[in-house]
Design a binder for this molecule. Structure first.
Ligand code: HEC
Length: 187
């Protein structure tokens, strides 16, 4: 192949053109990009994660952090936290919503009791404090219909519903006769 440019035979309006070969570096680049494209498509599943995979990873991370935080929150529950919750409408409303779904069948909507004890009177079966209510709700009472609700709902829900249960104390709604021992009303 000579380096002499070859004049092509056609002519348009007297204009002729040379058949100049493409420079070697240019052709090499051209082929390199084609090979790269195939290699990239073939290997990309190994090299880069798809948005879907990234989303799943982020969600798993979020869920595990959330669970850890909730467990830590519930482990820190104290009389003071439950007392503060009783004055926080957000917590009480959340607890009321849970109570309306999970607890009404045995304690009735206003808490005056049916299968479960009256939660509105000044009598308590297990302990006397808000924490005792929380512990009973979380762990249940073995051998009775009262389930361990800690196994049925996230820890923060147990805290909320225990807080709500504490707000019922002292409403003295006539219902199931008193069970347990006399306790003081919560402030
Ligand atoms: C299937 C019926 C049933 C359901 C549903 C139920 N309970 Fe109970 N609950 C009982 C019974 C029965 C007892 C009394 C257990 C005993 O004899 O010690 C009780 C006891 C309690 C006590 C202890 C009261 C005390 O005087 O010490 C609390 C607080 C309580 N329940 C709250 C709840 C909450 C909150 C829910 C919903 C998350 C709930 N219960 C759902 C039947 C139920």
């Amino acid at each position: 192949m000579s380096d002499e440019p070859k004049l092509l035979d056609h002519s348009y309006d007297g204009i002729q053109e040379y058949d100049n070969p493409l420079p070697g570096w240019w052709s090499a680049g051209f082929w390199a990009t084609i090979i790269f494209a195939f290699a990239y498509v073939a290997l990309s599943p190994l090299l880069v994660s798809t948005p879907d995979q990234k989303y799943r990873a982020a969600l798993a991370d979020y869920t595990s952090k959330k669970e850890r935080r909730e467990i830590a929150d519930a482990a820190n529950v104290s009389e003071a936290i439950l007392e503060r919750g009783m004055h926080d409408p957000k917590v009480v409303d959340k607890g009321a919503a849970i109570f309306a779904v999970r607890c009404v069948s045995c304690h009735t909507a206003d808490g005056h009791g049916l299968i479960g004890p009256n939660l509105t009177d000044l009598y308590q079966l297990h302990g006397s404090t808000r924490m005792d209510l929380f512990t009973t709700i979380r762990g249940g009472v073995l051998g009775t219909p009262m389930l361990a609700w800690g196994e049925q709902m996230p820890p923060t829900d147990v805290v909320a519903v225990a807080t709500f249960a504490a707000t019922l104390r002292g409403k003295n709604i006539p219902g199931k006769p008193p069970q347990g021992h006399l306790v003081e009303a919560f402030k």
